[in-house]
Design a protein around this ligand. Sequence first.
Ligand SMILES: [Ca+2]
Length: 95
Amino acid sequence: MEGAIKTVVSVFLKFAKGKENLGGKEFQTLVEKQLNNIMTDAENSKAVTKMRQGLDENKDGKISFQEYMILVGELSKTRLNSCPGNSPYKSVNSH
Ligand SMILES: [Ca+2]
């Protein structure tokens, strides 16, 4: 658990390159490099742009750490739902 938190934080810092936000390009790179195993659309730049717009709560075109955490939470939920054997929850939106 501690390791996972450190990873989540260090990934953000690495791709934000010391800034407080991920720009569009940085976000795209992060998704491509880090999430291509769990996201089918990771290399589809249109899909990633759409996802970024959905996460961008204050509409400044950039992804803050807070907005990035929304993504991490959403992906964690998806992951939980995709493992019915390990999950105490029923998958509501399963395909
Ligand atoms: Ca934002």
